[in-house]
Design a protein around this ligand. Structure first.
Ligand code: DP6
Length: 375
């Protein structure tokens, strides 16, 4: 039996202009543009083993193995733990269905980029996937963004007949990377922003990097207010926001914000970036608070934190403060001031766990190798 394995990593990303509301829930086409910063070490690792049974013994399967991948790479902080996500029935089938979908659409994508795939052989192959995250579940980091990006890249790489040709296209062809981002989007919308970085714009089906050469390098903190699983999934939230009276006009407002945010990033205007991110995060949460069956992700600690941050927006180098669909507070600051911010946040949010990261450049292919699966 011949076999090979693919190792990839993909970081999470944090939206400064939020994807909230879908035009097409099946394909995850968003109602509005969104803009995010890609992270670096808060990421998912995927180890995909592909084996080809002897002729006559083929069955063809895709299975998730609940174990951590055993590889690391130099870009990953060795202190980061590797945590296997606690996937249950629905979570496991979502992963398997996505891998299957990636495999089935790959011939069309490969065709556009001169890559080859032996579909018949792959149909009969056994795929075993191991995944892990460098952050705990429900910690306020979008694990679906990083996992689906990593799963997409791993399966796409596994489908290529010549791994060197795949690596070449992955490294040198931005259009190829963006084609994979589009496929990833169908697994989880926000994952399409994890293929490049640091600043990424997603509009409809298109994903692209944003010019921000005058922005300083940024660091990222998450203040963990509460880490219990959320009661309302982001998929439910996407559907419910439309019932809010504040939904009217949201798409136009976001498009205006997006244009302003792009200009501010190009100019390195941190104050404007922070101001727009603050407004958009509040607006998204207001939609949750005012929909037909109102709900809130906020905890008392979230509100206290937001009170503390509000006046800091007036500072000359303000923090970018935003909340995803959860109670935890994301804070993005200039990397040159990371130590001062670390001290400041630990002083003010004593006793609360704070995760730390920095801006990154998106998913990467670590290794495609022949060899036995150590199990
Ligand atoms: C609040 O990407 O998790 O984090 O497409 O249903 O998988 P699905 O939704 P998901 O939504 C993320 C929503 C958000 C905002 C954002 O990241 O833009």
């Amino acid at each position: 039996m011949s076999e090979f394995r693919v190792n990839v990593q993909a970081p999470s990303n944090i939206a400064l202009i939020k994807y909230m509301g879908k035009k097409d829930a099946h394909l995850n086409i968003p109602e509005n543009s969104s803009l995010s910063m890609t992270l670096k070490s808060l990421c998912s690792l995927v180890d995909l083993q592909v084996s080809f049974p002897e002729k006559g013994q083929e069955k063809g399967s895709i299975r998730w193995v609940p174990e951590a991948p055993d590889f690391r790479w130099e870009g990953l902080d060795p202190q980061r733990p590797l945590l296997v996500p606690p996937l249950q029935g629905h979570g496991v089938s979502r992963v398997i269905q996505h891998l299957d979908r990636v495999r089935s659409v790959m011939p069309e994508v490969f065709c556009q980029f001169g890559l080859k795939m032996d579909s018949e052989r792959l149909k009969n192959a056994d795929f075993r996937v191991r995944t892990a995250n460098t952050f705990p579940a429900s910690s306020g980091i979008a694990s679906s963004a990083s996992s689906f990006a990593a799963l997409t890249l791993a399966m796409a790489a596994a489908c290529a007949q010549e791994s060197s040709a795949f690596q070449n296209a992955w490294i040198s062809e931005p259009r190829f990377k963006r084609a994979l981002a589009q496929i990833s989007r169908t697994g989880s919308g926000s994952s399409c922003r994890s293929f490049e970085g640091p600043w990424v714009l997603w509009q409809g089906e298109a994903v692209e990097g944003v010019e921000a050469s005058r922005m300083p390098p940024m660091a990222h903190f998450v203040i963990l207010v509460r880490t219990e699983p959320k009661k309302v999934s982001s998929s439910q939230a996407h559907a419910w926001v439309r019932t809010s009276p504040l939904w009217k006009g949201r798409v136009d407002r976001v498009e205006q914000r997006t244009e302003k945010m792009r200009a501010a990033l190009a100019e390195g205007d941190l104050s404007t970036v922070a101001r727009i991110a603050w407004t958009d995060s509040w607006e998204m949460h207001s939609l949750f608070h005012t929909c037909a069956e109102p709900f809130s992700y906020w905890e008392p600690g979230t509100i206290e934190g937001l009170h503390w941050f509000a006046p800091l927006l007036q500072e000359s180098s303000p923090p970018i403060v935003t909340l995803d669909a959860g109670p935890n507070i994301h804070v993005i600051v200039e990397k040159a001031q990371q130590q001062q911010w670390r001290d400041r946040l630990h002083r003010c949010f004593q006793g609360q766990r704070i995760l730390e990261d920095e801006q990154g450049t998106g998913a990467s292919l670590i290794r495609i190798s022949e060899g036995a699966w150590t199990q």
